[in-house]
Ligand binder design. Structure first.
Ligand SMILES: [Zn+2]
Length: 414
């Protein structure tokens, strides 16, 4: 792979850190094209690690302590209803001045939703101010936003007041189960969090986020010949289908709670009564208390279905990310960022979303955070994914302005 050296830290004497960011824009655009072309689908552990290695190179000039950390493998239910594991790439953690009076946590994921086999593998300029490519917005543009913001801070003589911790995690797109302990650990020892998911396509930022849970139901019936003795069979697909209808009926019963039956697998040859069926669904909640309601409701449905003669059902999974309300701390951080935006001529708008991300994990541990400080982009998770090139410097300056003003005492965090 042809990888140029990391960013030069040279700049004319007296250049302000924010102007320095503008000077890096062209190099960062090229770096983003390279990062996008480097496949790092969540299950492409080698690709995720290559992306992590490049981050280590790019961040090396900042002088932080760096470590690569193995995370637990991804655990899932296969099509036969058996537990399986898949290995993941490593997380990368950087820390600088961990004893500083104000400690900031910054994070972004190395993985994308596009696996090594996916046809969408290459980045290209779109002819306007945009790039199209896998992960250009979600979240590789954000990784470079973070790099520029921290590089700007490190160019300031007042940097000593701020300590920072960076986490690049390998598994956000599959729910951050492996990196959840690292997020929780960071949440406990920092004052607030900055997460580099992409901003909305109009430049807006997320305020509250829904919570999310993934569940599997394994339905076991009994196989039999479909012509000779179908009465001896117990059709697992039929039982799963009835259950899918009931689960779908949960929609509309609690405000803000939605349930999506997203996967069903069962059966084989048509002359066999199918003995197994696996059904998977996702739930979104806007209130923490709805989680228990959902668990009770689904638990009763599964128990009921399992009482039918000859059937056995198993419910797996749970809520992994609770809803993220706007806490007092998060409101304060939004306010500070809003002020920094204004100083840069940006009018930041915060609005709620049903999507969730590592910001939910941090909020669950009580860490105030704003979680889409990355580049402006859209149509993420599709082969039309794009990012606005000029937003890389724009958003880096937003984060840098916050860090620099906190370092100088112009803004305070309390
Ligand atoms: Zn993302």
């Amino acid at each position: 792979m042809d990888m140029p050296p990391p960013l030069s830290q040279d700049a004319p004497a007296g250049a302000s850190p924010l102007h320095w960011i503008d000077d890096q824009a062209a190099a960062m655009r090229e770096e983003l094209l390279r990062l996008s072309n480097l496949n790092s689908g969540s299950f492409n552990a080698a690709g995720v690690d290559a992306c992590g290695a490049r981050m280590l190179e790019l961040f090396a000039p900042l002088g932080a302590s760096a470590e690569r950390i193995a995370v637990a493998p991804y655990r899932y239910t296969d099509d036969r209803g058996d537990w399986r594991e898949r290995p993941l790439g490593q997380a990368v953690r950087l820390r600088l001045r961990p004893d500083a009076p104000l400690r900031v946590f910054l994070c972004g994921h190395l993985d994308t939703v596009f696996g090594a086999e996916h046809p969408f593998q290459t980045a290209r300029p779109m002819g306007d101010d945009r790039l199209n490519g896998p992960g250009v917005a979600d979240l590789k543009g954000g990784l470079l936003t973070m790099l520029l913001a921290l590089s700007a801070l490190e160019r300031s003589p007042q940097r000593e007041r701020i300590g920072w911790e960076v986490l690049f995690n390998p598994d956000e797109e599959i729910g951050s189960q492996g990196s959840a302990p690292l997020l929780a650990e960071a949440a406990r020892r920092n004052h607030f969090g900055l997460v580099y998911e992409p901003a909305y396509s109009d430049g807006g930022l997320a305020s509250e986020r829904k919570g999310s849970g993934n569940f599997d139901i394994v339905v076991r019936g009994r196989a039999a010949h479909a012509g000779r003795n179908p009465e001896d069979g117990r059709n697992a697909i039929a039982a799963a289908a009835a259950l899918a209808g009931e689960l779908h009926g949960i929609n509309g019963r609690r405000e803000g709670l939605t349930l999506n039956v997203g996967y069903v697998h069962g059966g084989g040859p048509l002359n066999i009564v199918p003995e197994r069926c696996v059904l998977k669904f996702n739930v979104r909640t806007s209130r923490h208390e709805d989680e228990q309601w959902l668990l009770d409701t689904v638990g009763r449905m599964v128990e009921q279905a399992g009482r039918q003669d000859g059937y056995a059902l198993e419910l797996r999974g749970g809520f992994t990310r609770p809803p993220k309300p706007v806490s007092a701390g998060t409101a304060r951080l939004q306010q500070l960022l809003g002020a920094c935006g204004t100083s840069l001529g940006l009018q930041l708008q915060f609005r709620p979303t049903g999507g969730c991300c590592d910001g939910n994990n941090l909020a669950a541990q009580g860490l105030a955070n704003v979680d889409n400080l990355g580049v402006v982009g859209g149509e993420i998770h599709s082969d039309r994914e794009w990012m606005r090139v000029s937003s890389l410097a724009e958003r880096a300056k937003l984060s840098a302005a916050l860090l620099l003003k906190l370092a100088s005492g112009e803004l305070t965090w309390s």
